[in-house]
Design a protein around this ligand. Structure first.
Ligand code: FAD
Ligand code: AMP
Length: 486
């Protein structure tokens, strides 16, 4: 396979996947592993017009954002934490071009890996656009305009999502008003940065540029911060982010944006007042929309819902026979790991296996500092669902390893069923909780009780001891912290 692949010679496949992001490429690989002849068509083009597999996640989402979060966190530590360890450095400087070069290299290594995996698994991967023609046919248009028609016994739509544009208020201009991709690519640190939307993407990108020196304000229309997060954890997050200098304004609905030569002035309503603020750059991070542009859903009889998501049933079947859909384009949690699982499970089902996705155990992570991670029901959701709950939490301040790595902010909170002792949800804010969350996911997958966790030995000194302590705290057994239970 080359960067400009010639269309596959054989025109007929068991599975044709349209879209090579986390929903698409693992589906194609799993199909090939199961002996199906698989084709994956992906239309992604980087800024330099180079094609690459991996979709939003590898090219303009999860991976590049985590690369920048790491660079900016190290920069922040060099300036604020090294001295505590006795490390002397002169005032650290940041070479933004170098940081961006590294980010690109990280993305490229990952997307190049997908290409190698296709080769290893004998998946035919084509760069270009896929369009549904109906009757099991897909029109492939290569980036040089050449076309070919392929036939698939099963066709999987995995075309993902694109940033929502506030067309009337703040249309993207690729310079001063940008989407998340544009915000990952800034060539210099903006002096004054405005962000519309305090969702996951807004706070992650805000953290990156704020750590690098941008005076950052995030304007959020809703009155509450991170409403999808357990209230105790969200409260702690707001406190920590505010302490770091992120200016998060809640109940602030942006109503107008006026572009000047060198800046943008944002008008927003807050507390019944109309306010204005001027920024050098404005990131619009108000969510993502399903991407089905020019896909031919109408021709093929694939029904979309009122918000444009592809309608599917429990088996990922669309309204058109033989056409399925997975990942962001179908709605639900817009997360790479959810897309991966759906693609793999769908293909296994097509192969006759009894695979399924456990939608009650999808981990969520926000890669700020401290990180936020959770799985299962929050205390509020558990109560609303009729559970009598018991709750326990433990702070990282009581954890030796957390002290050793200068990261004592945060806590782990367990929400368990008071009658059955089943773990219903685990909610965390603190160091590397993105990694600790895997244990909580396993607990939910295996229907663990709080006692199961309490009886499980955790290495010392590790951050996971706080996970253990929080489980102990549910029943008032915590050794290293005050037992916050009820
Ligand atoms: P996509 O990744 O969007 O892939 C779809 C692919 O299909 C694209 O390559 C697109 O070009 C291609 N395509 C579209 N139409 C066609 C067509 N007709 N023919 C051929 N190809 C087509 N999620 C996480 O889980 N963790 C994170 O840390 C995280 N961070 C994020 C940070 C940012 C800044 C952003 C924007 C997103 C982040 N996400 C994260 C979300 C994650 O990127 C998505 O949930 C995930 O990429 C969805 O996978 P997908 O395969 O459904 O779609
Ligand atoms: P998410 O969907 O998690 O990416 O978050 C997007 C956030 O943007 C939501 O919390 C919305 O409330 C917020 N939002 C949407 N439109 C506006 C607006 N005009 N002004 C301020 N915040 C907005």
């Amino acid at each position: 396979m080359s960067d400009t692949p010639s269309p596959a010679s054989d025109k007929s496949f068991d599975v044709i996947v349209i879209g090579g992001g986390p929903g698409g490429y693992p589906a194609a690989i799993r199909a090939a592993q199961l002996g199906m002849k698989a084709l994956c068509i992906d239309g992604w083009l980087n800024r330099d017009n180079s094609p690459s597999f991996g979709g939003t996640c590898l090219n303009a989402g999860c991976i590049p954002s985590k690369a920048l979060l790491e660079s900016s966190e190290l920069f922040h530590k060099a300036g604020h934490e090294f001295a505590v360890h006795g490390i002397g450095v002169s005032t650290p400087t940041m070479d933004i071009a170098k940081m961006q070069e590294r980010k690109m290299a990280v993305s490229k290594a990952n997307s190049g890996g997908v290409k190698l995996l296709f080769q290893a698994n004998k998946v035919t991967g084509l760069f270009g656009f896929g369009k549904l023609l109906g009757n099991g046919q897909v029109l492939y248009t290569a980036h040089d305009g050449k076309t070919e028609t392929y036939t698939g016994k099963h066709i999987i739509i995995a075309t993902g999502s694109a940033p929502v544009e506030l067309k009337k208020i703040a249309p993207f201009d690729g310079d001063k008003v940008v989407d998340s991709w544009g915000a990952l690519d800034f060539a210099a640190v903006p002096g004054r940065l405005g962000i519309i939307g305090a969702g996951v993407i807004g706070v992650e990108l805000g953290s990156v540029w704020s750590r690098l020196g941008a005076k950052t304000a995030i304007l959020e229309a809703l009155p509450g911060f991170l409403p999808m997060v357990d209230a105790a954890i969200a409260k702690e997050a707001l406190r920590q982010f505010t302490k770091q200098g992120l200016d998060i304004r809640l109940g602030a609905k942006v109503t107008a944006v006026a572009k000047g030569d060198k800046d943008v002035t944002v008008t927003y309503e807050q507390g019944g007042e109309s306010k204005t603020e001027t920024f050098d750059k404005l990131i619009v991070a108000v969510g993502r929309r399903p991407y089905t542009d020019n896909l031919g859903c109408d021709v093929a009889g694939v029904t979309l819902d009122e918000r444009g998501f592809v309608k599917i049933d429990k088996g990922y079947k669309t309204s058109a026979a033989g056409i399925y859909a997975v990942g962001d384009v179908t709605g639900g949690a817009m997360l790479a790991h959810k897309a991966i699982e759906e693609g793999v499970v769908l293909v296994e089902q097509l192969h006759g296996e009894k695979s399924e996705v456990n939608y009650n155990a999808i981990p969520s992570v926000i890669y700020t500092s401290p990180e936020i991670a959770w799985v299962g029901l929050s205390e509020e959701q558990a109560k609303a669902a009729g559970h009598e709950v018991k709750v326990g939490s433990s702070p990282f301040a009581a954890n030796g390893r957390a002290r050793a790595i200068e990261s004592i902010a945060g806590q782990v909170k367990f929400v368990s069923d008071a009658k059955t002792d089943r773990v219903l949800g685990v909610h965390m804010i603190g160091p590397y909780v993105s990694e600790l969350c895997a244990e909580a996911v396993l607990a939910l997958e295996f229907a663990a009780t709080t006692q199961d966790i309490q009886l499980t030995m955790h290495g010392h000194p590790t951050l996971s001891e706080t996970f253990h302590e929080a489980a102990l705290a549910v029943d008032g057994h915590a050794i290293h912290s005050a037992n916050k239970k009820r």
